[in-house]
Write a new protein. Structure first.
Lengths: 120, 236
């Protein structure tokens, strides 16, 4: 086994543990963890199967295997960023609605209190 | 029949302009067929806007988060819908929209039987006319709005506007977040609402700063253009 393979393997295992820990502590929702699991999994496979990259590069018709890695990961990252933007937009919409509902409730409550004060 | 009118006044850090505006509102006399209620929407101001409004005894919607002008105004429209108002009028809290002009907008609504009435600076060219660059931008939005909706609304960026029942119901559900004025006109016209424009006189803001600075005006144009196009494409 090459040195770089060992290093990747160790880093991968640490990363896997860290993600698991985040989920257990409830700081990361499972649905967002999936993409990280998959990425780590892919890296794990290629750290064992060192010829795999060349095979894949030939399959896709890429001259330099490294370029395949870069292109692939940039693509995944872009998709994931888009996904995060969607999530963010949804959150913002929900937040707006909550804020408005809360303000309306507060106003209603104040009106009720005033009403009862007058009655007393 | 008496019509219930809600005056939606979005405020963000308007403690300096608000007292005068509220004073003018107190002096305002409308015909008996209108029953006016003023509602301050405090968009999480950092200054004493709420205290000023409380002291005056006016109704307040106090937003716990800063939503921007669109979200703030929309909460006012939701209030109008929940409390069964016939008419909602948006009037900015910075003193640019004199309360004395409200009657012109109400009259316009009656005259045209419109769902939405925009108070326009440009029909009579009276009062505060805004800067050259801003007028160019407004002209651009006039053209774009004309292209998308076929309406001739000159002052589509004007925040001085009246919404009837149908418009209130739509705006309560679907109103743009930031820079909502031109885009909302596209939304309203897609629902087949009748939009009219009447001349009003506007003044300089009494305090505070515009929500649109010169730096972000390019961003404003691009963002609003995109939003208008997508609102146009989107199914109602």
């Amino acid at each position: 086994m090459e040195r770089i393979q060992v290093i990747t393997l160790i880093l991968n295992i640490i990363f896997l543990f860290y993600i698991s820990k985040l989920i257990i502590k409830g700081r990361l929702r499972e649905e967002y963890a999936i993409v990280w699991w998959v990425c780590t999994g892919a890296m794990l496979i290629f750290s064992f199967w060192s010829d795999g990259l060349d095979v894949m590069a030939k399959l896709f018709g890429v001259h330099l295997p490294a370029n395949l890695v870069f292109t692939g990961f940039i693509f995944i990252i872009l998709i994931y960023l888009l996904h995060l933007s969607v999530v963010n937009s949804k959150l913002q919409k929900n937040m707006t609605k909550l804020t408005q509902e809360l303000a309306l409730m507060k106003e209603k409550l104040e009106r009720n209190e005033d009403f009862h004060d007058v009655k007393k | 029949m008496v019509k219930k009118v809600l005056l939606v006044i979005p405020c963000y850090n308007e403690e300096s302009a608000l007292p005068l505006l509220l004073q003018e509102l107190d002096k305002l006399r409308l015909p008996d067929r209108y029953e006016l209620t003023a509602l301050i929407v405090n968009d999480c101001s950092k200054d004493r806007t709420v205290d000023v409004a409380r002291k005056h005894g006016v109704k307040i919607l106090d937003l716990p988060n800063n939503l921007g002008i669109g979200g703030a105004v929309q909460s006012g429209f939701r209030y109008a819908k929940v409390n069964n108002f016939d008419i909602a009028i948006q009037l900015d809290g910075d003193g640019q929209h004199p309360p004395s002009q409200i009657i012109k907008i109400l009259n316009g609504q009656e005259q045209y039987d419109a769902d939405v009435v925009i108070g326009s600076r440009f029909l009579d060219n009276e009062g505060f006319q805004s800067s050259f660059m801003r007028r160019m931008g407004i002209k651009y939005f006039y053209r774009l709005n004309q292209l998308l909706t076929g309406n001739n609304i000159y002052d589509s960026t004007s925040g001085f506007r009246l919404l009837g029942r149908r418009a209130i119901a739509i705006a309560a559900e679907n109103y743009p977040d930031d820079y909502p004025e031109p885009e909302s006109l596209v939304i309203f016209s897609k629902y087949g609402l009748k939009i009219k424009e009447v001349p009003v006189v506007m003044s300089h803001r009494l305090g505070g700063t515009s929500s649109i600075s010169s730096v972000s005006s390019v961003y404003y144009c691009i963002k609003v253009t995109i939003s208008m196009l997508f609102s146009y494409i989107r199914k109602t």
